[in-house]
Design a protein around this ligand. Structure first.
Ligand SMILES: [Zn+2]
Length: 337
């Protein structure tokens, strides 16, 4: 499709392409009431033999010898941080690790397969400059990686690649306090944060004074927020705030700045950032994924390994040769064993 935002077309393509297992959010794109063509895709997936699941319990009970469609939220899945403080969400939304295991249990039966697992809400949390939400979703991804690793140990003929397409917000622990260790003491306070920024902002809609704003943020984060700090945030909550850098001109970015003063984690912006992304691979073909490389080469490697000949028709028009050599750097000499 021309745009990744076109979820309705993508949902029907999933059915046409007969993807074996699809788990996540985005239920609205499958519902007759919300589709222009009024197709009931959930019913159509059922007719084609899919086990259609709406809750974590239904996923656990679904037969492993059927293709599976699990949609656990109308839009995005909740932030893991919010899910942990909501018993209902814990029942309805499986963790990324549970979804990964459900997928591998089914795909293990196939001769060969490709599975993509995305910790997609880490990016969303970082767009919000929300370190607590980012860390909890990063941990959820880490637990899913453990599931993949265990599969790899049992099936060493599997190529396992772990990477990301880009950084977001570029959060970093920043020196704070008088001692080096003060930074870690501040970071440890992340454990006391109980709500993501969107949830805190929902509560803040009725807070009209700096004192009320400070109380809501303190109640959600366990941090002692001063009234004069809350007063600096207030214009951004009212959408009239002015920031010297436009990349920080939002309620979420400013809330991130406020918490940076308490947690010691600073932000570059609420946008995608140019930091290097990790790239780790094990298994056959892993040698193609080493060192520093343009992230588009990861896709080319997948094609090569899968024996697929494909050229993106759009890429040819957009491609402008880079002004420097992009061949893989030989970094073996300074890699740790
Ligand atoms: Zn993003």
């Amino acid at each position: 499709v021309p745009s990744r935002e076109d979820g309705f077309a993508i949902a029907s393509q999933y059915l046409e392409r007969h993807i074996e297992i699809l788990l996540g959010g985005g239920r609205k794109h499958f519902a007759a009431a919300q589709r222009k063509d009024e197709r009931d895709l959930l019913a159509e997936f059922g007719t084609r033999g899919y086990a259609v699941c709406r809750t974590a319990e239904e996923l656990t009970a679904a037969p492993v010898d059927h293709p599976c469609l699990g949609l656990f939220a109308d839009s995005h899945l909740p932030f893991t941080l919010d899910q942990q403080s909501d018993a209902k969400l814990q029942k309805t939304v499986p963790t990324l690790a549970v979804m990964t295991q459900a997928a591998l249990t089914r795909l293990e039966r196939a001769d060969r397969f490709i599975l993509q697992v995305e910790g997609g809400r880490v990016d969303h949390a970082c767009h919000n400059c929300d370190i607590a939400a980012a860390i909890h979703d990063q941990i959820a991804l880490d637990e899913a990686i453990e599931v993949c690793w265990n599969f790899y140990v049992q099936h060493p003929d599997t190529l396992l690649v772990m990477t990301t397409d880009h950084g977001t917000g570029e959060p970093a622990i920043s020196g704070a306090g008088n001692e080096y260790e003060d930074s870690y003491r501040l970071l440890a306070r992340v454990k006391g944060v109980k709500r993501s920024f969107p949830e805190i902002l929902k509560l803040l809609t009725r807070s009209k004074t700096p004192a009320a704003i400070a109380e809501v943020i303190s109640g959600s984060t366990g941090l002692r927020i001063a009234t004069d700090q809350a007063a600096l945030l207030q214009p951004f909550l009212e959408k009239k705030g002015q920031a010297l850098f436009s990349g920080m001109k939002s309620d979420t970015a400013q809330l991130g700045q406020l918490l940076a003063a308490h947690l010691g984690v600073g932000w570059v912006s609420g946008s995608h950032t140019g930091d290097h992304a990790p790239l780790v691979a094990v298994g056959p073909g892993a040698e193609l994924f080493r060192g520093f490389m343009p992230n588009t080469d990861i896709f080319k490697n997948y094609l090569q390994l899968a024996g697929v000949s494909y050229r993106n028709p759009v890429w040819a028009q957009r491609h402008v040769p880079l002004p420097f050599a992009v061949a893989m750097e030989r970094v073996e000499e300074y890699q740790f064993a």
